[in-house]
Design a binder for this molecule. Structure first.
Ligand code: NAD
Length: 271
């Protein structure tokens, strides 16, 4: 008698899991929430903009999963803790948390306003800290552990002109992801970083004319000669590319994948 071949499932499942994604009203975070819902997770759309978060949550609920929209400014300790408490009460402890909310401000360092530096650092680093701390607390208390995913960037690895606080913050998130991987292991908590190349979301659409003005070149040149110059194929990364990477980190069943960063950038940056 031959032994039946057991094949690994190619369908990553998040059934029975609750996932919170920050900045998920639109852009990359929204697509991550949709893909998590397709994999069976209950999803929480946490965003500054509650009306848009609610619209996203309502659309995703059509897939037959539980959804919740939460108003959350990730730079505000009380708002983050209140948002996570609301999730605990309505859906139970989070199993997956994607710290994705982000902003971009571009200027040469000699002109960079300190207030803009602090604003950007607060969204990315204070936000990453406050949301991961709240998630870790729930994951420890539930006894189930979980998966923390930070939205880094190729700018977690590389620098570009005009982006001093963004590059500093995205490098910082790699460090935070590694610390949580070490501290979280005892509780079954994994922590990883996704590093996308340029994705054509509102965050990038806004930068194209701004960079054209700062660099004195056309918008088409910004796309071709600045944003996509070092890719292997001149292509933007897509929200789907990033969401599939997030699904892999969310569903991975062991500590084999923790403290890692995955660069999703059409070869712009090769590790
Ligand atoms: P986006 O502007 O389309 O969406 C960002 C979302 O975050 C918005 O819904 C916004 O309301 C929300 N947000 C902003 N500040 C917030 C705050 N203080 N609290 C809660 N929510 C807040 O941006 P995106 O392109 O989808 O970017 C998402 C993440 O991906 C960011 O961290 C960004 O740095 C990162 N990223 C983007 C690209 C890209 O090319 N678009 C590349 C690499 C990394």
């Amino acid at each position: 008698m031959t032994t039946p071949i057991v094949r690994a499932s190619t369908q990553l499942s998040l059934k029975g899991k609750t996932a919170l994604v920050t900045g998920a009203a639109r852009g990359i975070g929204k697509r991550i929430a949709e893909v998590f819902a397709d994999a069976g997770a209950s999803v929480v759309i946490a965003d500054l903009r509650l009306a848009d978060a609610q619209a996203t949550a309502d659309a995703i609920a059509q897939k037959g999963v539980k959804t919740l929209a939460v108003a959350m400014d990730v730079t505000d300790e009380a708002a983050v803790d209140a948002g996570f408490a609301q999730v605990q009460q309505q859906l139970g402890a989070v199993d997956i948390m994607v710290s994705n909310a982000g902003i971009q401000i571009v200027a040469p360092i000699e002109d960079f306003k300190f207030s803009d530096w602090k604003k950007l650092i607060a969204v990315h680093l204070d936000g990453g800290f406050l949301t991961s701390r709240a998630a870790v607390r729930q994951m420890i208390a539930s006894g189930r552990g979980g998966s923390i995913i930070f939205m880094g960037s190729v700018h977690s690895k590389e620098a570009s002109k005009l982006k001093s606080p963004y590059v500093a913050a995205k490098h910082g998130l790699e460090g935070l992801a590694k610390v949580i991987a070490k501290e979280g292991a005892a509780h079954g908590i994994r922590s990883n970083l996704i590093c996308p190349g340029f994705v054509r979301t509102p965050l990038v659409e806004k930068q194209i004319p701004e960079q054209a003005q700062e660099l004195g070149i056309s918008e088409e040149e910004v796309v071709r000669n600045v944003m996509l110059k070092d890719t292997v194929d001149g292509q933007f990364t897509t929200v789907d590319d990033v969401a599939q990477a997030a699904l892999t980190f969310a569903a991975w069943p062991s500590n084999a994948l923790t403290g890692q960063s995955l660069v999703v950038s059409h070869g712009w940056f090769m590790q």
